[in-house]
Write a protein that binds this ligand. Structure first.
Ligand SMILES: [Zn+2]
Length: 930
């Protein structure tokens, strides 16, 4: 019986675990990092480095992060970890957006449940503050658990007194330039939230509105009417005009003994829509000639009249536009031009008020559409118009309509007094657009989105009728006159810096203004004043963050190097930050802005709206943070990002394959001390040099991809390297040398020297993406154990020492030799099918004909290893190049299984030598080195 040589082989062995229990082990590592203050160590390591400031946009303190927010935090973490490895000084201060309605609503619900009545405002605000603080604690743990490395202890909160003071100072900049004004005009109103909203508080979604065609008869000719079309029947009571395009031709349609006027271009469509067949076309007149004509309102006592407006289009409707200046922005502008009444007969709950003008049957009816049904107000108005014969037809009209992002109900436009910021005063809109040009937008097409949202936004409605926020620092006297002044606001900010904004709800105006000199033009005494109760739009607060967090902090540098958020922030934080910064400093608060799209669930719904998706915490428990991070890196963030079981299964497999690659290298490197055992590049086998050169190319390409924030490319490059270069070529080819050559033989040390270099490159390149696994592997390489004081995250970005450039030709030659493997493997497979051989080591390869140059340069034992055969023969001639295979001529060595022995069951020469000096360092053999 043959001797068993297994115990004399160098078989790979490691305690580095397989994938099991990944989530639990991540949690332990996190604890270890926190105990060792890894963040603090990285910061002090790079304290002399160039600064790179990624300024964190504050997520809302909702109490639970979904995967969309996690994705954003993860991208930020990729950037910060990468820059830190590159030696940048990267203080990263996370932020929290604390004020706002959802917190209020939860506090109200909790108080109601506890049977506590309404609290005084200051008390109520304290409850809101407590809830925000509690949620910050929960969400900090969630973000930290996914591996986000940051200065959690010094996070900024928009409810901190120092932050609130900075918000007020930033706001003072707007006041100083005279941009802040109060006016009565239509604003977007959320009925359930009982507050005005800004653009960024709304989302557009598909909505079916009742559309109606209504006749407005001429006062001077009761048989002739203009026909309007509207999708908001409830605004008919507030109609004061019908707008025509001055340039359009309008045609009289005779029907049922009456004449109806519509735009000629729309007349055929109109007839079809209302179902009229017996129509006679009358005369055609230009819109401009009807200007000023008086019309009878279908049921209100006030009159309506014809006005002209260029925005009247020939796309929808009749070309005669129902105009209610109290309920729409364009209508309002037209109303101002024609000095029309801005009539808006609704209360805060969106119900018709009893003002002596609204018909009794409408008073108290709500305009709120909910549960997919139209509102009682719409129904009643339609019924009235039908009964009086003014309504010709009605239909469902599906369009994109703004919804309140909090209550998820359609907003209404409603006129009331609010504070506004005038965006066009002092050329500010132009200045913001110019500032946009100074910023790098990633991806480049996002520049159009920010330009579009700056160009199109209306004057900024900044007052909210809610208590949980930073109060608008204005005052009013007994007559209701409003006072606001930049110097007064700055003096108040000093008080707020110490005491917080609750003093606005605890103190009288007199006490608030104590010690503050009032501007002489106020001509009032503080005693006669009251403070404003509205609060500022929270976007002004978060938009001031770069001042509070970076500009005022000497440890940082302003403007920030990067803002990184989801693409909806073009309307939100990017924009508010631009306005606040440009108005106060004349320049953008960021040098570059990186946006990514939204995460969609299996039903292609945004995760923020998805009902069935798992919370981020559940996902981490199931998959582990590194799998989710790998998923984040693998996705094309310029399009909507799918998060489904299929995608996660795929990424999970990719993770397992990466982990196995690291594990294989660790198992072989076990016991290899590079400082003592490594061989120099010129002593290495050529394939070992080849893999190092490949790893060096990988570093170059991956570095460029990280610099471009192209994480999907990082993922692809590393995955391909692991799967192709390592798993299917290199790891396969080196098995013979690593397992069977002497532990300290130069052949074996050559492989391990290359593996050590490759491993150290791989874990560093992977560490921003899968920080837990990379650190775990790195520590195992150092200690063969779980934890160490040291960490891969405290290392430098890989730079290859030594003159590897000299071996680029070797690498090219090996690329050529490796390309031949397709042919050699095919031939070997043929021999296997014929049952002539089992393993490829039982075969020899014969290269015939005009041979590719590299075949003639390199040592045959290297070629045998590369093709995993026992022998390589060259038979050069002028004939065509061909590969042949045959059974190897030697006998199987019982130890290395290569067919190179002289007789059966006899050790080959190499194994014989190896067993004589199994543990001694051997000298470099005289190999053929190019
Ligand atoms: Zn052998």
């Amino acid at each position: 019986m043959a001797t068993d040589y297994k115990s004399t082989l160098q078989l790979p062995e490691t305690k580095f675990p397989m994938r099991a229990n990944l989530p639990a082990r991540e949690a332990e590592r996190l604890e270890h990092w926190e105990k060792n203050d890894l963040y603090g160590q990285i910061i002090s390591k790079n304290s002399k480095g160039q600064k790179f400031i990624l300024h964190d946009g504050p997520p809302y303190t909702s109490g639970s992060a979904h995967m969309g927010t996690m994705l954003n935090k993860t991208y930020k973490d990729f950037v910060v970890r990468y820059k830190a490895l590159r030696g940048f000084y990267t203080p990263y201060i996370p932020g929290w957006d604390c004020h706002g309605l959802p917190t209020e609503q939860r506090v109200v619900a909790a108080l109601k449940e506890a049977g506590v009545g309404p609290l005084p405002t200051a008390e109520f605000r304290k409850k809101c503050q407590e809830l925000s603080q509690k949620n910050i604690g929960i969400m900090t743990q969630q973000f930290a658990r996914v591996g986000v490395l940051s200065d959690w202890a010094h996070a900024y909160k928009t409810m901190d007194p120092s932050y609130e003071a900075e918000t007020l100072r930033a706001f003072a900049g707007f006041v100083e330039q005279g941009l802040v004004y109060r006016d009565r005009k239509p604003v977007m109103w959320s009925i359930p939230c009982k507050t005005a909203l800004a653009d960024a508080d709304t989302i557009y979604q598909e909505h079916a509105s009742p559309s109606i065609w209504v006749a407005f008869y001429r006062q001077d000719d009761p048989n002739t009417a203009f026909v309007i079309w509207t999708t908001t029947p409830w605004t008919i009571p507030a109609n004061v005009a019908v707008a025509l395009n001055p340039k359009f031709d309008y045609v009289e349609l005779e029907h049922d003994g009456k004449k109806f006027i519509v735009a000629e271009a729309l007349s055929e469509k109109f007839k079809a829509q209302v179902g009229w067949t017996d129509v006679k076309k009358g005369k055609t007149v230009k819109g401009v000639s009807f200007e000023g004509l008086k019309l009878k309102h279908p049921f209100m006592s006030h009159e309506s009249r014809v006005v002209l407006a260029d925005y009247v289009s020939a796309e929808d409707g009749t070309g005669c536009v129902h105009t209610a200046p109290g309920h729409g922005m364009e209508d309002y502008m037209t109303g101002r031009q024609y000095k029309l009444e801005i009539y808006s007969p609704l209360d805060d709950e969106g119900k018709y008020v009893n003002d002596g003008r609204i018909p009794a049957n409408l008073v108290g009816l709500s305009t709120l559409e909910k549960g997919g049904k139209t509102s009682p107000a719409n129904e009643a108005v339609i019924a009235m118009l039908k009964a009086s014969g003014h309504l010709f037809a009605q239909a469902q009209y599906v369009h994109q309509y703004p919804f309140c992002d909090r209550s998820k109900t359609p907003i209404i436009f409603r006129s009331l007094e609010q504070w506004f910021i005038g965006l066009d005063k002092n050329n500010n809109r132009e200045k913001v657009l110019k500032a946009i040009d100074t910023v790098e937008w990633i991806p480049p097409q996002s520049k159009n989105r920010i330009r579009g949202s700056v160009e199109n936004r209306m004057d900024w409605c900044i007052s909210r009728q809610r208590p949980w926020g930073v109060p608008i620092p204005a005052f009013y006297d007994e007559s209701g006159r409003r006072y606001i002044d930049a110097q007064v606001i700055r003096a108040l900010a000093k008080k707020v810096e110490k005491l917080g904004t609750n003093i606005f709800f605890e103190w009288s105006a007199e006490k608030l203004l104590e010690g503050i000199t009032l501007p002489s033009d106020w001509k009032v005494d503080a005693k006669g004043l009251k403070q404003e109760s509205d609060t500022l739009d929270v976007w002004i607060e978060s938009g001031s963050s770069s001042f509070s967090v970076i500009k005022n902090n000497p440890d940082m540098s302003w403007p920030a190097d990067l803002y990184l958020e989801a693409s909806d922030q073009h309307r939100g934080w990017f924009q508010s930050s631009l306005w606040v910064s440009v108005v106060n400093t004349g320049r953008a608060p960021f040098k570059a802005v990186f946006t990514h799209e939204w995460v969609l669930d299996a039903n292609k719904q945004k995760l923020s709206k998805s009902k069935n998706s798992m919370s981020a915490t559940e996902m981490i428990k199931k998959y582990g943070a590194d799998v989710l991070r790998l998923w984040a890196s693998s996705q094309d963030y310029t399009n909507a990002i799918p998060l489904t079981d299929e995608v996660l299964t795929h990424v999970s497999n990719a993770y397992a394959s990466l982990r196995n690659t690291l594990r294989y290298e660790l198992a072989n490197l076990n016991g290899f001390d590079a400082s003592k055992d490594a061989v120099k590049p010129n002593e290495m086998w050529c394939i070992d040099r080849w893999v190092v050169i490949k790893a060096r190319e990988l570093v170059k390409d991956v570095t460029a991809a990280y610099d471009d924030y192209d994480f999907a490319k990082v993922y692809q490059l590393i995955s391909r390297f692991c799967q192709v270069t390592l798993s299917s070529i290199y790891h396969d080819a080196i098995k013979d040398r690593v397992y069977t050559c002497g532990k300290y033989s130069v052949e074996r040390r050559s492989v391990l020297s290359a593996l050590d270099i490759v491993f150290n490159i791989l874990v560093r390149l992977l560490s921003p993406i899968i920080p837990f696994t990379a650190d775990e592997a790195w520590v195992y390489r150092k200690t063969d154990g779980d934890f160490s004081e040291e960490s891969v995250h405290l290392q430098d970005w890989p730079v290859l020492a030594g003159d590897w450039g000299a071996y680029e030709t070797v690498a090219k030659d090996f690329d050529e030799l490796i390309a031949l493997r397709t042919k050699t493997n095919e031939k070997l497979e043929g021999l296997r099918k014929e049952k002539i051989i089992g393993k490829s080591l039982e075969a020899k390869l014969i290269f015939k004909g005009s041979l590719p140059a590299p075949l003639k340069i390199y040592d045959k034992k290297e070629l045998s290893e590369l093709y995993i055969v026992s022998e390589v023969q060259l038979s050069e001639s002028t004939g065509e190049f061909a590969v042949e295979v045959a059974k190897a001529s030697g006998y199987k060595c019982p130890r290395c299984w290569r067919h190179v022995s002289h007789a059966p069951d006899v050790l080959c020469d190499r194994c014989e030598r190896t067993l004589k000096t199994p543990t001694e360092h051997t000298h470099v053999s005289q190999q053929k080195i190019k």
